[in-house]
Write a protein that binds this ligand. Structure first.
Ligand code: PPS
Length: 307
């Protein structure tokens, strides 16, 4: 489905620009956090840009979202709230030509583009112009986050349990899998001058250190005081406070079954939550999967084993 969609629409329409910044991730690894960080550094360093009050999902388009708009792929169900917003943002636009793409075309630079596709599905020449910030996370925490998102977001109608979800992620039978090639392709490109490889765990451990590195990578030249302000503005509590109100705008009333579960897109925002979710047997299985896949590579994820 991806290849069909990509060749039919995406690369025919999307032209990368020299000031584009793409936030690329396997889902649930810290995409939204990084989108807000990059957008704020580029567009709102004084925290006075009124656009900053809009949901990040409207300021930073997701090029992998259009795939979900395919009525057939989603069992005929379109993301209505997004479509309504799209009509306002892009009058006269045609859904079948790619919603995010048309909004992106009309977006003033520097654009912050969200993407869950791996490098191998992107045109190689992209890196001659656009910069890519790739974020990854302990795969076990990604799995927990993935599960709760699928379970609580009513639009997916996910009926599996945690183990089912983990197995689908491991055997590559769910959206955006396979996981390993996604991470490994980015890892291989980590020394490219237009690529910044970031760990969610490093952002959690020392946000200022990571912001200083991003400042250099993006060429934003923000002083320490401004970086401090960005750190505050993009902290989990700050993003959750604003973001919980934005969820309805983006996903519509039915998105999370809030009354039953108090669920939210901004769920916990921590590292190591997997310890509360995995049985010892499942942990062993996932650890073996990680071990097998990092064997023979220098990819830095061995620290995710055991613990
Ligand atoms: S998505 O749907 O793929 O775009 O999701 P993604 O944004 O990649 O991942 C969602 C998880 O990131 C957490 N999150 C944050 N953590 C720390 N700080 C900030 N500011 C932040 N914003 C979002 C979010 O809570 C999800 O993780 P879990 O573990 O589910 O809480």
């Amino acid at each position: 489905m991806w290849h069909h969609y990509l060749s039919r629409h995406l690369w025919a329409v999307l032209k990368f620009r020299s000031d584009d910044v793409m936030v690329m991730t396997f889902p649930k690894c810290g995409t939204t956090w990084m989108q807000e960080i990059v957008w704020t550094m580029l567009h709102n360093p004084n925290l006075d840009n009124p656009k900053g009050n809009e949901a990040i999902w409207f300021r930073s388009q997701d090029i992998s979202l259009d795939m979900h708009m395919d009525a057939e792929a989603m069992g005929g169900k379109l993301w209505n709230p997004i479509m309504e917003k799209f009509e306002k943002m892009c009058p006269g636009g045609r859904v079948e030509d790619g919603v995010s793409l048309q909004i992106l075309e009309a977006t003033a630079g520097p654009r912050v583009i969200k993407c869950h596709y791996p490098f191998s599905l992107l045109p190689p020449e992209m890196l001659q112009s656009a910069k890519v910030v790739y974020v990854t996370r302990n795969p076990k925490d990604m799995m927990v986050s993935f599960y709760w998102f699928w379970k609580d977001c009513s639009i997916f109608e996910y009926r599996g349990n945690f183990e089912n979800c983990v197995r689908q992620l491991m055997n590559g039978t769910t959206l955006f899998t396979p996981y390993w090639p996604h991470v490994k392709e980015a890892w291989q490109k980590r020394h490219d001058s237009n690529v910044k490889f970031v760990y969610y765990e490093d952002l959690k451990a020392d946000i200022m250190l990571e912001l200083r590195k991003l400042n250099e990578f993006l060429g934003t030249r923000l002083c320490e005081e401004k970086l401090e302000a960005v750190a505050q503005h993009t902290s989990f509590s700050s993003m959750k406070r604003k973001g919980d109100n934005h969820e309805k705008d983006f996903f519509g009333e039915t998105k999370f079954n809030k009354n039953e579960t108090k669920a939210s897109f901004y769920r916990k925002g921590t590292t190591g939550d997997w310890k509360h979710q995995f049985s010892p047997e499942l942990q062993e299985e996932v650890d073996s999967w990680i071990e097998e896949n990092v064997a023979g590579t220098d990819i830095c994820l061995k620290w995710a084993l055991g613990q």
